[in-house]
Design a binder for this molecule. Structure first.
Ligand SMILES: NC(=O)c1ccc[n+]([C@@H]2O[C@H](COP(=O)([O-])OP(=O)(O)OC[C@H]3O[C@@H](n4cnc5c(N)ncnc54)[C@H](OP(=O)(O)O)[C@@H]3O)[C@@H](O)[C@H]2O)c1
Length: 325
């Protein structure tokens, strides 16, 4: 089968389209004929091996798994021993390793039947970004109706879901993004949008009960200035920082400060669970949340898709469709 493979860490230039063996389905696993894969910053981190800290877990000299891609939608080709929820032919979405390929194996508990109102391309755009936004708002942020919520990086993969989810939870939502994305963020339901290239929200009057920070590398002390006295800051991510720790040191500093201040300062690592996909599927089928896709690339141009992600200009999710689909 065809797959996008890398042998070493580096820019998108390390990615190559190659013929490799089709994966063999194991116990508790499902073999998928991949229809679509969406990319996110996690794929970029694994491709580049940056920050260096992550190489401790994913391979010192090169990635332990050579095929990139995690978020997937496709049709079940075969099921392994012990799999009870799926059968060949089912249309599913979820997460796995090696999704930038014609076939991939996923754990049964990382998949769900595809929402009825989404295409494979749209469904592949949901898992990691939407589950991260859900966990950030609901679990870490404990968002409540009527609260004022600020989403920094509102036009990004996580941010576009966060805006819609915060609205679905009944919050008043302000999105922060750059000029060309203001209309997009407004169109998905943000009550207010701040163009950070023209206005610094820290200098404005407004205070927020909950801030989700998905972008930039703003000092925590500055973000705390726009929180209400008992407000919560959830640092989802943000690029920048050093080559060794990336944005992680800012997150750790915030978490360590939290017990000593009135604000709740949270960091977390999202895990895409079946239970969360169920919540998201319900919201999607109710029309309250929809993925936004910027561009679709064929698998043969997986490198081009990753390059587009690297450029950081996307207005929504980047999707790669498999030749086998
Ligand atoms: N904690 C976790 O488990 C977890 C899970 C998923 C992702 N993450 C992390 O979360 C971050 C966001 O991921 P993503 O997939 O949403 O990335 P993304 O799609 O690249 O989105 C980032 C967005 O931030 C905007 N941005 C850039 N600089 C900004 C600034 N200074 N102020 C405000 N917005 C700015 C970008 O567009 P514009 O500048 O044009 O507006 C872009 O839309 C990444 O660092 C990722 O690694 C963490």
């Amino acid at each position: 089968m065809k797959a996008i493979v890398q042998d070493t860490y580096g820019s998108s230039d390390v990615l190559h389209l190659r013929d490799i063996d089709k994966p063999v389905v194991g116990e508790g696993q499902v073999l998928l004929r991949v229809h679509a894969t969406s990319l996110h910053m996690g794929d970029w981190h694994l491709m580049t091996g940056m920050p260096y800290l992550l190489r401790l877990g994913f391979g010192l000299r090169g990635p332990k798994t050579s095929v990139r891609g995690m978020d997937v939608a496709g049709r079940v080709e075969a099921v392994g021993k012990g799999v009870t929820r799926f059968q060949p032919g089912d249309e599913v979405f979820g997460t796995c390793d090696g999704a930038l390929a014609e076939y991939a194996c996923a754990r049964e508990d990382r998949l769900l039947h595809k929402p009825s109102n989404l295409t494979f391309e749209q469904a592949s755009a949901v898992p990691t970004s939407a589950a991260t936004a859900l966990q950030a708002l609901r679990d870490q942020g404990q968002v409540r109706p009527g609260q004022k919520v600020l989403i920094i990086g509102a036009a990004g993969g996580v941010g576009l879901f966060a805006v819609q989810l915060a609205k679905a939870f009944g919050a008043h939502v302000t999105g922060v993004c750059s000029t060309t994305k203001v209309e997009l963020v407004r169109s998905i339901g943000a009550d207010d949008v701040i163009d950070y290239t023209r206005q610094d929200f820290v200098e404005l009057e407004q205070r927020y009960d909950l801030i989700l920070d998905t972008a930039g590398n703003r000092e925590v002390s500055r973000l705390r200035r726009v929180l209400t006295p008992k407000g919560t800051l959830v640092i989802v991510g943000g690029e920048g920082g050093g080559r060794w720790f990336g944005g992680i040191d800012r997150q750790l500093r915030a978490a360590m400060l939290s017990p000593f201040v009135s604000h709740r300062l949270r960091m977390f690592a999202a895990v895409t669970r079946k239970e969360d996909l169920e919540v998201l599927k319900e919201l999607i089928e109710a029309g309250k949340v929809m993925p936004v896709i910027d561009r679709t690339f064929p698998l043969s141009d997986g490198r081009g898709a990753m390059r587009y992600l690297e450029e950081g200009r996307a207005r929504g999710k980047i999707v790669v469709t498999s030749a086998a689909a």
